[in-house]
Design a protein around this ligand. Structure first.
Ligand code: ASP
Length: 165
């Protein structure tokens, strides 16, 4: 089905209160985030999204807000997020993960775990992040039903998953 027609049907289902899936799960279908560490030790993050299905006109989600849905700092990590943008903005999710590493001495996995599985649920924020640190550690964590994700390291098999593995 053409993309526009598919999205129109999703919107109709949400408007009709008969989404079948949660609005969040539906809204996630089009989200693309990427994080990378290059051979020179530089970290980068990018996030592209159509926002949440049924959003208000002029709404700006967390994706383009540096520190909320997207953030990279060579001294700690790079993070790209997907989920309820309003909550991710409030919690400054991507920057918080980097700060926990930089100032709190957490590993990438600890920082991601604390923010995604403790801070966000406490604010009723659903979603997840992909992240990579300056040592090349990768974390892909979510508190939603699933998260489309993949990772690749030099000389290793790629990892591709949707649900928990
Ligand atoms: N975080 C995005 C927003 O709130 C939605 C998504 O793509 O995950 O706009």
């Amino acid at each position: 089905m053409p993309r526009a027609a598919e999205r129109w049907k999703q919107l109709e289902r949400i408007r009709g209160g008969d989404a079948g899936l949660s609005a969040l799960t539906i809204s996630h279908v089009g989200t693309v985030g990427a994080v990378a560490l290059d051979s020179g030790g530089r970290l980068a993050a990018a996030t592209s999204t159509g926002g949440m299905t049924g959003k208000r006109y002029h709404r700006i989600g967390d994706s383009p807000i540096i520190g909320a849905g997207t953030y990279a700092d060579d001294r700690s990590c790079a993070v790209s997020a997907t989920g309820h943008g309003e909550i991710f903005i409030r919690a400054a999710v991507a920057h918080d993960i980097c700060s926990r590493m930089r100032f709190g001495g957490r590993t990438l996995n600890q920082a991601v775990h604390e923010v995604v599985l403790e801070e966000l649920p406490a604010l009723q924020g659903e979603g997840g992040v992909i992240a990579i640190d300056a040592k090349g550690e990768i974390a892909m964590e979510f508190n939603s039903e699933g998260m489309f994700r993949a990772s690749r390291r030099e000389r290793q098999e790629p990892v591709v998953a949707i649900y928990r593995i």
